[in-house]
Design a protein around this ligand. Structure first.
Ligand code: NAP
Length: 243
């Protein structure tokens, strides 16, 4: 049977690159999006034009009822979900902690951590046989992102802890849980953080002297999901050019 993967926040960036790669590897793909229906439609059309199978569903994955509806719809259209990529995430403009309002902090936690918890729980509740989860964390969980986004970094630290703990809870059931920690990757997320050219500015500080591409992150995600990683769980891959 074809594996079925659900990718949260897949309409652009790393999520979209992962959707394309996994579809080419014969996964049926559920493309979750929150706002940009046009982008999701374009992605699904690209996948199907190449002979792949994709289904798109709008849901805010920080809201429990929408996550349940998302999983119900994905299963109804593609069959039982065997793989999950917790990719959806946001950040806000760079600011030191003293200038961060509590509303912003809570929004970051809901979007980046609660979403990961809700989708992981729904996945584990439904899965009957072997499967795998990959969480898209960040190098920020290690650096703490001082003066930029301590809130975002803390949310990624929480994601790392969820990865470790859940991997141990479900290891004996044949479910693997791992994470990737991207460094500076060329996506629209940096514009949301108030600096579209951030990756180019920081490139000289990266040992490999360049930012990464969404496909380079997708490659690591695909490997962790695959049977090639059958003895890997509770692990983290830094996709950060040596940073
Ligand atoms: P992106 O281009 O901004 O894409 C993020 C996607 O997540 C968007 O499609 C967004 O949809 C979606 N999303 C956000 N909140 C959502 C929610 N509550 N429900 C459903 N979808 C939601 O960012 P990206 O760079 O590809 O980031 C993907 C992941 O990689 C994130 O978790 C990010 O933290 C992580 N990461 C990125 C970098 C980097 O340098 N780019 C580095 C480290 C880690 P809408 O546009 O509709 O909101």
């Amino acid at each position: 049977m074809r594996p079925v993967v659900l990718i949260s926040g897949a309409s652009r960036g790393i999520g979209a690159a992962t959707a394309k790669l996994l579809a080419a590897q014969n996964y049926s793909v559920c493309v979750n999006y929150r706002r940009d229906e046009k982008a999701a439609l374009k992605l699904v059309a690209e996948i199907t034009a190449l002979g792949g199978t994709a289904y798109m569903h709008k849901a805010d994955v920080s809201i429990e009822s929408e996550v349940i509806e998302l999983f119900d719809a994905a299963e109804a259209n593609l069959g039982p979900i065997s793989h999950l990529v917790n990719n959806a995430g946001i950040l806000f403009p760079q600011a030191p902690l003293v200038d961060i309002e509590v509303e912003r902090f809570n929004k970051i936690m809901m979007s980046n951590v609660t979403s990961c918890f809700l989708c992981s729980r729904e996945f584990i509740r439904r899965i009957k046989t072997h499967g795998a989860i990959v969480n898209v964390s960040s190098g920020a969980s290690q650096t703490g992102s001082p003066f930029e986004y301590i809130d975002y970094a803390a949310s990624k630290g929480a994601m790392d802890t969820l990865t470790k703990g859940l991997s141990l809870e479900v290891a004996s059931k044949g479910i693997r849980v791992n994470a990737v920690r991207p460094g500076f990757i060329y996506t629209d997320m940096h514009a949301d953080g108030g600096e579209a050219g951030r990756v180019d500015r920081l490139a000289p500080q990266i040992p490999m002297q360049r930012g990464g591409t969404p496909t380079e992150v997708a490659n690591a995600i695909a490997w962790l999901l695959s049977d090639a990683a059958s003895y890997v769980t509770g692990s983290f891959i830094d996709v950060a050019g040596g940073k």
